[in-house]
Design a protein around this ligand. Structure first.
Ligand code: FCB
Length: 458
């Protein structure tokens, strides 16, 4: 282990989750159906044939789970609100029981001394809205604005940090182009229309948050994966640039007032998807560029891009297998902490967001309890240490990074992978719902207690 190193202060250390992945209780408390409930029923959609009906049963066990966040020594908790729990049909009647649940959750955070960060949309759209065209329809923008209003009016006296949308690329492309996430569509023109409406919904929600929540901080969360050509060949270099356009610039450019990148507009138009741009109406780009208080960055790995190799159905950028398989997580993603540093520095220099949070970072490893019940997940500890170091380096390089959230608090429903990919600092036995803090979690608690990296592992 390297030399001890002080952590930045002040700094927000947290863990992140999302509603569909942990809550369960999908038919309780007046919750409406979400597109993920529907998608899980599609044969073959979820690797282990599972669904979110029970998940981590967090709806009933949230007090225990907040206690775990505290035990991990963290000071913040990022969670998401299930739109169908609050407005079961997406528009119309508000379900007070749903709001009550989130109120209890937020009060629980405050009782434990945790600063809550709430995400309004982490992919669980009310199915009723999908039935009316989903994000491909412009009507979703006002539906989201109204939902944001309902939620922030109720929780805004206690929740100050608000994320509008989690990972617009995943919503648009994984859900509507590759069809590997709900609603499972496969059409680029639709995907581009969705991307526009999602960004627009974000831009319309920001002033709602600001006006309903005194001292609020509002932002959006993007996923970053620095794209590098597999070789110096002109074709690979062009492919890496094209990937960067699809994955990063398509969102970051309009969010920061630059409009959609012209190279990509030309490319999508040439590919026959130009009809999508009819969705862009006068004033939309100004709305999308509404100033925010932070940019959230989710980072897992880098993308090494070959000219021929971004297969249609891939749910992540293709990375070239690294020689040492120990360097890959169970998702097949390369462990590459340097990419987090590079991403943060790049985004800071290029777009100058007011402040940054790493809103997700973590690794899937299946390590379970040993005979003594201990979860010795050294690989996750190493992953986290590398990425925490990258955060310290970024702060030292002048990046206004003010917080870091581990993905995830609990092993949970990892979307189309079902329960097979375990990202938690806390192991969950899904048969008994028993929670066990993993060694990586104990290590993190020690790091936070000592406020330095590089101490002896507990
Ligand atoms: C991110 C998602 C999160 C989780 C991690 C592994 O893209 O935001 O819900 O699935 O990946």
């Amino acid at each position: 282990m390297s030399e001890a190193r002080a952590l930045p202060t002040p700094f927000l250390w947290g863990a992140a989750t999302s509603s569909f992945q942990i809550e369960g209780a999908s038919a309780e408390g007046g919750r409406g159906e979400s597109i993920w409930d529907r998608y899980c029923q599609r044969p073959g959609a979820i690797a282990d044939g599972s669904d979110g009906r029970v998940a981590c049963d967090h709806f009933h066990r949230f007090r225990e789970d907040l206690g775990l966040v505290r035990e991990l020594g963290l000071g913040a908790y990022r969670f998401s609100i299930a739109w169908p729990r609050v407005v079961p049909l997406g528009t119309g009647a508000v379900n007070e029981q749903g709001l009550d649940f989130y109120e209890r959750l937020v009060d629980g955070c405050l009782e434990h001394g945790l600063r809550p960060m709430a995400t309004l949309y982490h992919w669980d759209l009310p199915q009723a809205l999908q039935d009316r065209g989903g994000w491909a329809s412009r009507d979703l923008v006002s539906a989201f604005e109204r939902y944001a209003d309902v939620v922030t009016r109720r929780l805004g006296d206690r929740v100050k940090d608000w994320v509008t949308i989690n990972e617009p690329w995943c919503v648009a492309v994984l859900g509507h182009v590759h069809g590997v996430q709900a609603p499972g569509l496969k059409d680029w023109t639709t995907g581009l229309r969705v991307a526009h409406h999602v960004l627009l919904a974000h831009g319309r929600a920001v002033p709602v948050i600001h006006s309903n929540v005194p001292a609020s901080r509002a932002g959006i969360v993007v996923i970053l994966s620095p794209s590098m050509p597999a070789s110096d060949s002109a074709a690979d270099v062009a492919a890496a640039r094209a990937f960067d356009g699809e994955f990063h610039r398509w969102y970051l450019d309009p969010l920061h007032g630059r409009g959609y990148p012209q190279d990509k507009v030309a490319e999508y138009t040439a590919a026959g998807h130009g009809a999508a741009f009819e969705a862009v109406q006068p004033g939309d780009l100004d709305t999308i560029a509404t100033p925010t208080d932070f940019l959230g960055v989710n980072y897992y790995s880098r993308a090494i891009v070959r000219s021929s190799a971004i297969p249609e159905a891939e749910n992540r950028p293709r990375t070239i297998p690294v020689p040492d398989p120990a360097g890959l997580t169970d998702m097949g993603w390369e462990v590459y902490p340097r990419g987090l540093f590079d991403s943060l520095v790049h985004v800071h220099r290029e777009y100058r967001p007011k402040r940054l949070f790493v809103t997700e970072n973590g690794a899937a490893y299946a390590t379970g309890p040993d005979a003594t019940g201990r979860v010795r997940d050294e690989a996750r500890r190493v992953y986290l240490e590398g990425h925490l170091t990258a955060c310290c380096d970024a702060v030292a390089a002048g990046v206004p990074l003010e917080g870091y959230f581990v993905w995830s608090l609990l092993d949970n429903f990892e979307w189309s992978h079902g329960y097979q990919k375990r990202f938690g600092l806390v192991h969950v036995d899904f048969a008994t719902q028993r929670r066990t803090i993993k060694d990586s979690g104990r290590w993190l608690a020690q790091v936070l207690r000592e406020n330095r990296l590089g101490g002896k592992a507990p």
